[in-house]
Design a protein. Sequence first.
Length: 201
Amino acid sequence: MKLHQLNPIPILTTDIPVKKEWLEIADQFKYIRMATGNGNYTEDKYVLNKLPDLRLEIAKIIEQFARDILKINKKIGFKFLNSWINIHGHKDFSYSHYHSNSLFSGVYYLKCEEDQGFLEFNNNKYNNHLSSLFSFEYDELNLINNSLHRFNARTGNLIIFPSSIPHSVSTNNSQEKRYSLAFNAFPFGKFGEPESQINLE
């Protein structure tokens, strides 16, 4: 008996060691409280422009993800759309959401330790692997039947995922602030069959 998993969702995890100056620069930005009242984020939504060496490191990993894993043709490039830093203090969290007008999204943890929350990818339990008509009970949860997948992030972790996936961040239960840098990336170039070709600049 062999199980075939069709069209799995690609999520990449890796590490980039945090440089001291990145945190120093992060503290220099102006922060505003989110409208939802559950965290702060930078007023500047292009923070990677102020962190060129980190921008380059992330761009290299996106390139590896696209070419080595997803096997996307090299004539299609990828560029950053925007980027911002989130600061979550004690009891702050992030509601489930997705990133519109984007292809790849990611989060890089500038500062995140134990008890500071999980990155969670959510799948509506009624939209399960078999049918949206039923909500089954399971004897054991696995990658196929689980509607919630958690990543226990730590300082230096980078996680890249399709922008369309709903995700959230659980509550920061520590007294320390959690710093995370979020970004969106989009394709550019000329690609597609003649009848559906597109040219993105």
